[in-house]
Write a protein that binds this ligand. Structure first.
Ligand SMILES: Cc1ncc(COP(=O)(O)O)c(C=O)c1O
Length: 451
């Protein structure tokens, strides 16, 4: 009986049956990092068995029992559950890491090339240049374009700081534009309005996992002879249905694309990592050189470069995880659909919009709630052991470090509004239905209490 429940429980949580039998037969319960969690889940099942009937007899609803019991389990809800994700592919990851250690090929080992080639095949892009992180990817991309100091680079006002940061670091001018209220992505009309004779580059950021309107952005770039660097740090695996009838992966339509393998990203390493994409052979060579101290031949430096390498251990891990990227993105979509179902038509919750031009990989599931509720809702969820984050509480144009550029408040009505109403809920490939049920019920309960 208990074994049956064990089985259904783990199946329910997404563990394969093989793993369940491994658990029973090989007694790994006491001998790995997951034993603690498994032990607590065992306790949860025991608890459920013992008290289920009693609580029912007391007239409690099944849902309440589930929530009550859930609170006793140690499967803590996290924004990103890297531990559980690791457990499902532990053998493969361990083997890949040990292989690197045994080979001692720590710098530019074979896994770096293998992973880059596999990613290039996956994304259907000609060149993948690995580097140390997503911020470096953006910086190297800009460095490869040989821009005059003071050249203007148009980017989104509402995203992570890396984009504006590297523009400013390279003595270029970050020209910030507003975003669209539904997709949160850069507004092509605002890009048009911001173009001056000094504009040289547009950096659209594909925020939260959905690709920006690349058809319009590429059209603008052709019209004004501008480079486009896509920031696909949050959108790896997202597909864009272009007006030319083809489907492209996010990050492969501009002159250069960049991504991050920060651990919480959809394709996350176990440390830092990044990559640059391009279909242009000349740019590819330059990007590789810049990432490698500006050299093609060892100790001969043709351009000023940086030291930005993807660590071999990270490449080996990413090579394993790339095989699961579609599955991870699918699981994120399933979690998003669960949230959608619970929140659709709620008068105070606006669910993320789906752009028909792009698939969504849900790096974040970000709802909009009335500004007067946002912070107290976040606090309420946190008190109930549900992490919820503000991505992003302050738009670029209001950041202290960027005041020297003299941005005008009236140009950013949407990003200012978003900064007050967005709330990102836990989103990763390992969310169980029990967790989703608990998160959604708790969130809905907040509005019931407050209304
Ligand atoms: C949109 C965006 N761009 C760039 C980056 C920078 O990536 P990294 O942290 O790897 O430098 C991030 C990472 O959080 C990001 O979300």
């Amino acid at each position: 009986m208990l074994k049956t429940q064990f089985l259904s429980y783990f199946t329910h949580w997404g563990y394969s049956k093989t793993q369940i039998f491994e658990l029973n037969d090989n007694d790994i319960l006491c001998d790995n990092t997951s034993s603690y969690i498994f032990g607590m889940q065992f306790f949860y099942i025991l608890f459920f068995n013992l008290f289920n009937e009693r609580l029912k007899a007391f007239g409690k609803s099944e849902k309440k029992i589930a929530i009550f019991a859930f609170l006793f389990s140690m499967k803590k809800i996290q924004m990103v559950d890297l531990g559980s994700q690791y457990q499902r592919i532990q053998n493969e990851i361990d083997e890949a890491v040990i292989e690197v250690i045994r080979s001692s090929a720590f710098i530019n080992g074979p896994a770096v090339k293998r992973f880059s080639e596999k990613l290039s095949q996956f994304l259907k892009v000609k060149h993948v240049i690995p580097c140390a992180n997503g911020t470096d990817a953006l910086q190297i991309a800009l460095m490869a374009l040989d821009l005059e100091p003071g050249s203007e680079v148009i980017t989104s006002d509402f995203t992570f700081i890396s984009t504006a940061e590297v523009i400013a670091l390279l003595n270029l001018k970050p020209v910030l534009v507003d975003v669209l209220p539904d997709t949160f992505n850069i507004d092509p009309q605002a890009i048009r309005k911001a173009i001056t004779p000094k504009t040289k580059v547009i950096i659209p950021v594909h925020l939260y996992g959905q690709t920006a309107n690349m058809d319009e952005i590429m059209e603008i770039s052709k019209e004004f002879n501008l480079f486009v660097i896509e920031d696909a740090a949050q959108s790896i695996g997202s597909q864009y249905f272009s007006n030319d009838g083809y489907t492209y992966y996010s990050g492969t339509m501009g002159h250069i694309g960049c991504t991050s393998f920060f651990p919480s990203k959809n394709l996350g390493a176990y440390g830092d990592g990044g990559a640059i994409f391009t279909n242009n052979d000349v740019l590819a060579e330059k990007l590789s050189m810049i990432a490698n101290h500006g050299m093609k031949v060892r100790y001969y430096h043709d351009v000023i470069g940086v030291n930005s390498r993807l660590d071999t251990i990270q490449a080996a891990i990413l090579e394993v995880k790339l095989k699961y990227l579609n599955e991870y993105n699918e699981r994120r979509n399933q979690a998003a659909q669960f949230y959608d179902k619970k929140f659709t038509n709620h008068p105070q919750i606006i669910i993320p919009c789906r752009d028909p031009k792009s698939t969504h990989v849900f790096h974040q599931y970000t709802i909009k709630v009335p500004a007067e509720h946002r912070n107290s809702l976040q606090k309420y969820l946190n008190e109930k052991e549900i992490p919820a984050m503000l991505y992003y509480p302050v738009p670029f144009h209001r950041q202290n470090a960027y005041q020297c550029y003299g941005y005008q408040e009236e140009n950013f009505p949407v990003s200012n509004h978003l900064a007050e109403v967005v709330l990102s809920l836990p989103m990763h490939s390992e969310l169980s239905e029990d967790q989703l049920e608990y998160i959604t019920e708790t969130l809905l309960e907040y509005f019931k209490i407050k209304s």
